[in-house]
Design a protein around this ligand. Structure first.
Ligand code: ADE
Length: 244
């Protein structure tokens, strides 16, 4: 998978994404990341990429031309000319990003993220190139870089080979719309707090049952809204009834 990010702050993206699991996946060539500095594509002699909004109002608007040219430079690079890549514009006006969208986007071969700044981007270029408007939540950030990084981080862990442990992506929080059960590691006792006995029992069926119940308890207590879309067995439902 190839990620492309059109941005005014390429260093911000590159410095963050070279670390940790995403960085290792790039080293292993499971995925690639290319940032494109929109400022490199302006014809303005002062390298300006923004201007005053027509009709007046506060703030500046990013101009269409440098954004379009930056986008075109990515298209020129993509070898598969048949299939137009999806272009994700990060905006609080978009569809809210979730695990389902993350898994769906992980199927793409190329993804282009467009990060805006100032008061937004000239609508004409958005109409021409954007396929998906995406928000990472109902709050306003100063630019699209952090949302793009959040999305790339999440999408990357759905790509085979990115996580060391293939099963873990499946079983973690939000798979099945249930939150993950609590985890423990050594020592057995920490400041007087003990690891639950069942986890030390070696009895796999009991451990599975305990974990499932913990997932149900957590989801019921912390994110009851998720239960509506969770796949629940008769046993799960009976257990949930004991919590009410
Ligand atoms: N740009 C500014 N705020 C944003 C948000 N919440 N999600 C995506 N992009 C944004």
């Amino acid at each position: 998978m190839n990620f492309y990010v059109l941005t005014l702050f390429p260093d911000m993206i590159e410095n963050a994404m070279k670390e940790s699991i995403f960085g290792r996946a790039m080293e292993k060539k499971i995925l690639s990341l290319k940032t494109v500095n929109i400022r490199d594509f302006t014809n303005d002699k002062h390298k300006h990429v923004d201007d005053y909004p027509y009709g007046g109002g506060a703030g500046m608007v990013m101009q269409a031309e440098p954004v379009y040219n930056a986008y075109q430079s990515v298209l020129d690079e993509i070898t598969d000319k048949e299939k137009k890549p999806r272009v994700i514009y990060l905006t609080p006006q978009g569809k809210v990003f979730d695990q389902k969208m993350s898994e769906e986007l992980a199927q793409e071969e190329n993804l282009i993220f467009l990060c805006g700044h100032y008061e937004g981007i000239d609508e004409r270029v958005l109409e021409m190139i954007v396929t998906d408007n995406v928000s990472i939540g109902d709050y306003v950030l100063t630019g699209g870089e952090l949302p793009a990084m959040v999305m790339m981080d999440s999408i990357s862990r759905n790509i085979p080979g990115v996580l060391n442990n293939e099963v873990s992506a499946e079983f973690e929080s939000f798979h099945d719309n249930l939150l993950e059960y609590p985890q423990y590691t050594r020592p057995e006792e920490f400041m007087g707090k003990k690891v639950p006995d069942v986890l030390l029992s070696g009895h796999h069926a009991n451990i599975e049952k305990w974990r499932r119940e913990q997932s149900l308890i957590r989801t019921y207590e912390r994110r009851p809204d998720l239960l509506e879309n969770a796949e629940l067995s008769k046993k799960d439902i009976a257990f949930l009834k004991t919590l009410c």
